[in-house]
Design a protein around this ligand. Structure first.
Ligand SMILES: [Fe+2]
Ligand SMILES: [Fe+2]
Length: 172
């Protein structure tokens, strides 16, 4: 194993947090389907997929470092969200919590003088800036749509944002 046990176990916990995010966003998507907001739900399906790719990126890094990848159990995600605003608020809080976790991992990598892991984590630091920004934007949009007709307009706008994300993903 080419990284410390402490670093490897901290990354293992973060892998569980990323798969946990996958689960949280999937649950939000299914609740949005129930609230008759399929386009907003689509945003969360894409978001969920992205979280699973984050977990895989970290898992593959551990494999490359010769460390074991022991997956942790996932908790039951919340489902009974009151509204789209409620969901977007919690998604933003969730991203802020993940950002704090990533930052703590960077500080640990520095303590461990582990440049390879710090390099991996810097990708996540940049990713979190984007995640917090896009979730903030989504929350602001959803807050503005407080009538059924403005909600339909919102769905149209989010549909275009979803298309842009899909185009960006197919380029990457
Ligand atoms: Fe993530
Ligand atoms: Fe995220």
């Amino acid at each position: 194993m080419m990284i410390s046990e402490k670093m490897a176990s901290a990354l293992t916990e973060q892998i569980a947090a990323e798969f946990g995010s996958y689960y949280v966003y999937l649950s939000m998507a299914f609740r949005l389907e129930e609230l008759s907001l399929p386009i907003l739900a689509k945003w969360f399906y894409i978001q969920a997929e992205e979280e699973s790719s984050h977990a895989m990126k970290m898992s593959k890094y551990l494999v490359d470092q010769g460390a074991p990848v022991k997956l942790q159990p996932l908790g039951e995600p919340k489902y009974d969200y009151a509204s789209a605003v409620d969901i977007c608020k919690e998604a933003l809080e969730h991203e802020k919590m993940i950002t704090r976790r990533i930052n703590d991992l960077v500080y640990l990598a520095r303590e461990e003088r582990d440049l390879a892991t710090e390099n991996l984590l810097q990708w996540f630091v940049a990713e979190q800036v984007e995640e917090v920004a896009s979730t903030t934007e989504l929350l602001e949009l959803v807050k503005m749509a407080d009538t059924p007709s403005s909600m339909i307009q919102l769905e149209e706008r989010i549909f275009r944002m979803v298309q842009m994300r899909e185009a960006a993903d197919s380029e990457a």
